[in-house]
Design a protein around this ligand. Structure first.
Ligand SMILES: Cc1cc2nc3c(=O)[nH]c(=O)nc-3n(C[C@H](O)[C@H](O)[C@H](O)COP(=O)(O)OP(=O)(O)OC[C@H]3O[C@@H](n4cnc5c(N)ncnc54)[C@H](O)[C@@H]3O)c2cc1C
Length: 508
């Protein structure tokens, strides 16, 4: 049972205490050998991984499911089930609900807030075996797919049809569309295509009692009362298991280019953004911010190719601008015109601009930006804050956090090595990363609630795109009113009265 395992968990102390505060009404059962015998009636042997007999898998086979991407959160699950169909998911969930076994739905396990791994020994339901494209309409661009489809595989499927997925992120090679929907992932294309609340047209969801909610619509317009699918977008697996997704793909741009701009000072970012929007207008598809340290870490850890020294010299930060349009000559003319006007201005906003000249260079420039998350995790243990604040305050927030850690005597190689900022300027989303030698209660205490209070002082959001997971349940009130949180709790209780669906995530 959970209560007896609490003491041996390796979660940060405060998370463990919070779990102990879970209402006494929520009691879950551990998976037993009898349960495994039942699952064997639902699933083929290859779909069950369990340290329990009669399956008896080695514990090492479970660690990739129990440990999160950052190696920060560690579950103690004995059992992973990998169903291949919605029917199998439904039968598993129905049984777990009756038995009071808690479930953690898991996609690609690339989440950055500890939402995808158990807090204790919950059963892990991995969607990784559900990988079918169910249909694609090349006229409307609507694609319907199993939730376990890898984002990159969907992009590859669409490419010959001249379509792209409306979202893209650094984890695309591992994350799944069901995970993307469940986290309402933002990423690199949000500026152009908006978020998943707009592009997801329908969902198929297995509710916590095993009922299949079939809302897999392929309609662009449907005003027939409450739009229930929206509740599951960003629910982080707390309301049900997404098994199918209908999503509107975007026509593939016929020409894409990018340019890395080096800025002498951060203050130039906002005027630059205005100028870039004014000159590029409809072909602007990304405007990404990278501070100097983030750039250095990316290059140090082999993400993309380093820019020439003269392009980096004197730069306080960088901006990666991408254009996507319908006609190469037209787009190149606009981008070249932008660069010329920026460089020739009386008071230039940029030092230099490195324009990609080939598809390989285009990818190299993107690799620097996309590789920062990985570089940061190679450099040390990352405390990741994914916040929405006014763009003008990005640097201020990074600097204030660094100063605060310094004032606590924590800014040195054995504690906090770097405080860096990067992110999606176009969407007001800053990734504030504190890179430490180790995860320690002392650093966590210095950072929280400091960072959340700082964000609240700018009327920002404590989670722009990664979600709440296990990491921020205690901080929800910094971004949501009591009325909102109470309503969220009522919705959770309505869908999941026994609380079996990803307990301890999003809501305490
Ligand atoms: C290198 C890197 C770059 C990243 N860049 C971005 C970025 O730019 N933007 C961004 O938003 N995120 C980013 N992330 C975070 C992460 O990739 C996203 O949150 C992603 O959407 C998670 O998808 P997943 O399949 O890995 O889900 P998981 O990590 O497996 O799960 C995430 C949450 O969703 C739930 N869940 C998963 N699948 C289902 C399902 N089928 N039904 C119900 N619940 C489910 C889980 O229980 C968990 O709470 C990045 C991560 C990495 C490692």
């Amino acid at each position: 049972m959970f209560a007896t395992r609490c003491a041996v968990r390796r979660l940060p102390q405060r998370a463990a205490r919070r779990w102990a505060h879970t209402p006494a009404t929520l009691k879950f059962n551990s998976v037993t050998e009898q349960d495994i015998a039942h699952f064997q009636k639902i699933l083929p042997a290859a779909s069950i991984i369990s340290t329990l007999s009669p399956v008896s898998s080695p514990a090492s086979e479970l660690s990739i499911f129990n440990d999160d991407w950052m190696n920060k959160y560690h579950g103690k699950s004995t059992t992973v089930l990998r169903p291949k169909s919605t029917k199998e998911v439904s039968e598993i969930v129905k049984y777990c609900n009756e038995r009071g076994i808690a479930i953690v739905p898991q996609g690609g396990n690339t989440g950055l807030v500890g939402g995808s791994v158990p807090l204790k020994d919950e059963l892990i339901l991995s969607l990784g075996n559900m990988t079918k494209i169910r249909s694609f309409d090349p006229v409307s661009g609507i694609i319907v797919a199993d939730a376990g489809c890898i984002l990159e595989a969907m992009s590859e499927y669409l490419a010959p049809h001249d379509y792209i997925m409306p979202l893209d992120l650094g984890a695309k090679g591992s994350c799944q569309i069901g995970g993307n929907v469940s986290t309402n992932a933002g990423g690199l294309r949000l500026l152009r295509y908006g978020n998943l609340h707009g592009s997801v047209l329908g969902l198929e969801v297995v509710l916590p009692d095993g009922t299949v909610l079939d809302q897999l619509s392929t309609l662009r317009k449907d005003n027939t009362g409450y739009d229930l699918k929206q509740l599951f977008i960003g629910a982080e697996g707390t309301l049900g298991i997404v098994t199918g997704v209908s999503i509107l793909a975007a026509p593939a741009p016929q020409a894409s280019s990018n340019v890395m701009l080096a800025l002498p000072k951060y203050d130039n970012v906002l005027p630059l953004f205005r100028e870039v929007k004014r000159q590029l207008s409809e072909i602007l598809s990304a405007f990404e911010f990278i501070d100097r340290k983030s750039y250095e870490l990316a290059v140090k850890h082999g993400q993309g190719r380093a820019l020439n020294d003269e392009d980096v010299e004197g730069a306080e930060c960088f901006v990666l601008v991408e254009t996507s349009g319908g006609k190469r000559e037209h787009d190149e003319e606009k981008l070249n015109g932008l660069l010329e006007s920026l460089l020739e201005a009386d008071e230039p906003l940029i030092n230099t601009g490195v324009l990609s000249q080939s598809p390989a260079q285009f990818s190299q420039l993107w690799a620097i930006r996309e590789g920062i998350t990985e570089a940061v995790s190679k450099e040390g243990k990352a405390y990741k804050y994914d916040i929405s604040i006014p763009v003008a305050s990005f640097k201020e927030v990074v600097d204030k956090t660094r100063d605060h850690l310094k004032s606590k005597g924590l800014l040195h190689d054995d504690a906090v090595k770097h405080v860096v900022g990067y992110g999606h300027v176009g969407d007001g989303n800053l990734h504030l990363n504190v890179v430490a030698a180790a995860y320690t209660p002392e650093i966590e205490a210095a950072l929280e609630p400091f960072v959340y209070e700082l964000v609240a002082s700018y009327k920002g959001s404590i989670s722009a795109e990664h979600g709440i997971g296990a990491m921020k349940t205690h901080a929800l009130q910094y971004s949501k009113s009591t009325t909102s949180i109470d309503l969220m709790k009522k919705i959770k209780a309505l869908f999941d009265p026994k609380g079996i669906m990803n307990p301890g995530k999003v809501l305490e």
